[in-house]
Design a protein around this ligand. Structure first.
Ligand SMILES: [Cu+2]
Length: 116
């Protein structure tokens, strides 16, 4: 009886521990949806804290725009954006500053503002 109680408490403690770690990781992750249409990227400016993971979810609304490719030169990211599909680009900026991104031809521009 006593042993099963100990096993049970260890199990509960383990589950709570995993939950706490999951919440902590989640707190340091920011997910932002970025729409790409003929007016460019919206939002076109995204703020993130240095050291935090940033998931950028690009979605190209229609083919009536030149945003067929997303380019983030600093991270050597170059991805195609099929119409209506979520394309996730994950980066973890380490230092404060501005990171620019653009469409393939550099007509649409946006920036990631990294703060301390
Ligand atoms: Cu373009």
């Amino acid at each position: 009886m006593k042993r099963s109680l100990i096993v049970l408490s260890l199990l509960v403690a383990g589950v709570i521990g995993v939950a706490i770690v999951a919440v902590a990781v989640e707190a340091h992750t920011r997910t932002v949806k970025v729409r790409v249409d003929k007016s460019g990227f919206s939002p076109s400016s995204i703020e993130v804290e240095a050291g935090h993971k940033l998931n950028l979810v690009f979605n190209r609304a229609d083919a009536d725009n030149c945003g067929g490719t997303i380019v983030i030169p600093k991270y050597k990211v170059r991805r195609n954006l099929p119409v209506g599909k979520d394309i996730v680009v994950t980066i973890t900026p380490r230092t404060a500053g501005e990171i620019s991104f653009a469409c393939g031809m550099g007509m649409y521009k946006g920036s990631i503002v990294v703060v301390d």
